[in-house]
Structure formats: C-alpha cells, structure tokens
Design a protein. Structure first.
Ligand code: KE4
Length: 423
C-alpha cells in the first residue's frame, strides 16, 4: 500500500538521520513509518503512492488556509520571477511587519527570522539582555523549539520520545531554566519567591499545542501577566501555533493579555520558512544595529517567504474565524461521541481551529495528565485512520489542526472513518 514511501524511507535512512529532517515525522511513536508526500492542495495530501489523505496536520499548523491556496501560490510565483534572495531589505518585509503590528497591536516592532526556534531563542536573549537577569520560567510540556535553554523538558518531539532534556545541552545552560507544570500558577509564583530577582522572563504557549491541545485554565494567563509585572520579568507569549490561528490577532487578542514579547512562526510564512519575534519598542530597539543585543540571519526577511506570508495574512483577514471555530467544535465533539460509543474513554477538546484527541477518562490540564493517557489506543486509532485516508499527527503530544479548506464532506468522511475504527 505504501510501497513507494517505504522504499523512499529506506533510501532516506542511508543519508538522513532517522530518514527524516525532523524527528516527529518518523512516526516511531505510533509504530509506523512516514508517508512521503508528492503534492498537496486544499486540505488534501497525496502520497508517493498516489493515495489521498485528509490532512489534520497542515504542516504542524502552518497551512491554516489549506495547501496551495491560489492567492498564496500566485504571490509566490510572481515573487520567484523577481529573484529568490537579496540579502538586503525589500518592500514586503516592511509590509509584513506592518501587517503583524496591525493584527497584534502589542507587537510594536518585529524582527523576521527563519524558524520558530530562532524566534524563541532570540526573544529569550533579548529578555535576558533587557532585564540583566539569566533565569527563565518554562512550562513542562510547552515546546519553544530546540534551542538549548528550552530543552530541559520540552513537549512536542522531545516529550514524544520522553527525553528529559537531551544530550549535547550543557547542564549550565538549563540550570537557569525553571520548569513548572502548565496551568500551575502557584508553582510559577514559587519560582519568583526563590528567584524573583534573577528571573528574566516567563515563556508560555498561551494555548498549549505541543502536548496535545491544553487550553489555559481561567485566570492562568492573567496571573502570569501580573506575576511578571510584579517582579520586573518579561512575559513572552510563544504564539508560533496560536498566532493568527486562535484569532486573527492571536491568543493575546483573544484573551486580552499584553505580553512584553511575542514569538511567531508557521502561519506567518504561508508554508515558507519564517519565524518572527516582536514586542514593545523599548525592548526591540535594544537589538543590533539599533542596540547592543546581537541577532542576525542571512535569509531573514527572504522575499519569497515575505510574499507567501503577506498573501496568507491578507487572505486570512477576510475570513470568518467564528465559523471555523464552530465547525471545529462540532467536528471534535462528534468525533469524541463516536469513539465513546465504541467503548473508548476519550477527550476531544477544541479551541478555535485546534482539537485534541486524548484517550483518557479525565480532562487534561498538563503533561502529567497526558502521560496517563492510553498510548496503545492512540497508536491503534492513528493507524486505522491513516489506513482509511485520514492523516492525523503521528503523536499523542501533537494537536489536530483544521484549515479553512476543510469542507463538511471532509469532516463527514473523517467521522465515517472513526465509526469504522475497532478499539
Ligand atoms: P520551528 O523551529 O519548528 O519552526 O518552531 C519551533 C516551535 C516553537 N514554538 C512552538 C509553540 C512550536 O509549536 C514550535 C514547533 N512546533 C512543532 C510541532 N508542534 C514542529 C514540528 C516539528 O518539530 O517537526
């Protein structure tokens, strides 16, 4: 069935570690192997064996419009004919920065980079420079990319492989990273009791998406804002997933919180490699060449990436976020009902166009809860759904993503596939 993918995977493993360029894609956590994708359009992927799948991964959230969206593809085709990289400023960098500021007013200035990792790493450096402090508070199960300071107990790939930290990261680097359970404001406060004067920042996914979908409990984000203000630390919102997804203005607009710094990625690149970090002008102006904090990148502000990102945001601005939220909610609720009617204890929370699938009796609040979930059931569900042409994330620690390209027919086909699953 997946002969070409299997052959390509064997070939890939000769020249690429694990046969993949990012660990979670290897599908090891669900006892499977990766499909090699030949093309994508709308919410559909076509693999190397010409089989089609309904895609609920969407390049880990980047493709909110769906794949090969016409206005994005047209913008990219036009941009290619103007050259692919200048290493100098271009008009679209300014336009995208202005578009981001207009959508997220708290982001007064923004610097483009090439990945979420680079954005989070740079935001942390800036926060440490601005405060003159070294320690940070990070939430267990949140993932901010693979820069050393964050790999103390990251979610996503590391959590999937249950590696608490990773070889190659010096203990001295993670010694300044204080880890607390997500949604546990008391634990975050305790960090400040012991290290308040040394803490540069609290970094959080305002809606956790790297341990499955875990929304903030009421008051959690507000408490982080007040705690950081009280102690002179910066609040960094990692909106790589939530930015332009949970609202056009991101989680900070949806929840009415004004972070000091914001990390962005995925959607703002329209599928091209883009990250960004931004925030209050008084902080951002401390970045070189204006200030002393060094940060740089050959391909930062790349014209193709800017064109794709701009076209994406301009299209998203015209779309109805309430409608996709309601469609995702109804779909996730019915998916959960179908699975429960077939004897599986499952939670299928949703928020905006994100949904979770947790094989658990209880509501999920943090990574510990998720580690109690039935991994075997998730693995079985994943493989039975993939065999029916439904492509969900190959890890219980990832989040389901819906695009504006998903139709009622796609949801119906997916729910029919769930009805055929044997638990
Ligand atoms: P990248 O360096 O992968 O562009 O972004 C890192 C990152 C930062 N912050 C958040 C909240 C993120 O979700 C991510 C990356 N997300 C994972 C999947 N949840 C990327 C998938 C992968 O590692 O292959």
């Amino acid at each position: 069935m997946d002969d070409t993918s299997k052959r390509l995977f064997t070939q890939a493993r000769q020249v690429i570690p694990g046969g993949v360029n990012s660990p979670v894609r290897a599908c090891r956590n669900v006892d499977s192997s990766p499909l090699f994708i030949a093309k994508a359009a709308g919410c559909r992927l076509t693999d190397a064996d010409d089989r089609e799948y309904i895609d609920f991964v969407l390049s880990w959230g980047a493709m909110l419009l769906g794949h090969a969206e016409p206005s994005v593809s047209a913008a990219l085709r036009a941009a290619v004919d103007r050259g692919t990289s200048y290493g100098a400023p271009c008009r679209d960098e300014v336009a995208l920065a202005e578009e981001i500021h207009a959508a997220l007013p708290g982001v007064e200035m923004v610097r483009m980079v090439n990945s979420g990792t680079e954005a989070a790493m740079s935001a942390l450096r800036l926060a440490r420079a601005v405060t003159g402090r070294d320690k940070i508070v990070k939430f267990i199960g949140c993932y901010h990319g693979h820069a050393d300071p964050f790999l103390a107990a990251a979610g996503s790939g590391v959590s999937t492989f249950s590696i608490p930290g990773t070889p190659g990261v010096p203990a001295a680097v993670t010694a300044d990273t204080m880890l607390v359970p997500y949604n546990d404001i008391r634990a975050a406060e305790a960090c400040f009791v012991t290290h308040g004067g040394q803490t540069a920042a609290v970094i959080a996914e305002p809606v956790a998406g790297n341990m499955g979908l875990v929304p903030p409990v009421p008051g959690f984000l507000e408490a982080l804002r007040s705690l950081t203000r009280t102690h002179g630390a910066l609040l960094i919102f990692d909106e790589v997933i939530t930015g332009f997804r949970v609202a056009y203005g991101g989680a900070q607009t949806r929840f009415g919180i004004d972070p000091d710094l914001t990390v962005l990625g995925k959607i703002i690149g329209g599928g091209l490699p883009v990250g960004a970090f931004g925030g209050k002008k008084r902080y951002m102006e401390q970045l070189a060449p204006e200030g002393q904090v060094y940060q740089a990148g050959t391909l930062s502000g790349n014209p193709l990436a800017m064109a794709a990102g701009l076209a994406t945001l301009r299209k998203l601005k015209t779309l109805n976020y309430n409608a996709i939220e309601e469609r995702t909610r109804a779909f996730a609720a019915e998916l959960g009902q179908i699975m429960r009617s077939r004897g599986a204890a499952v939670q299928t929370p949703s928020l905006a166009s994100m949904f979770g699938i947790f094989f658990s009796e209880k509501k999920i609040r943090n990574l510990e809860d998720i580690k109690q979930c039935n991994q075997a059931l998730f693995t079985s569900f994943y493989n039975q759904m993939r065999a029916q042409g439904i492509y969900i994330a190959p890890s219980a620690f990832e989040t389901g993503m819906v695009s504006f390209a998903h139709t009622d027919g796609d949801f119906a086909k997916t729910l029919d596939a769930a009805r055929a699953v044997r638990f």
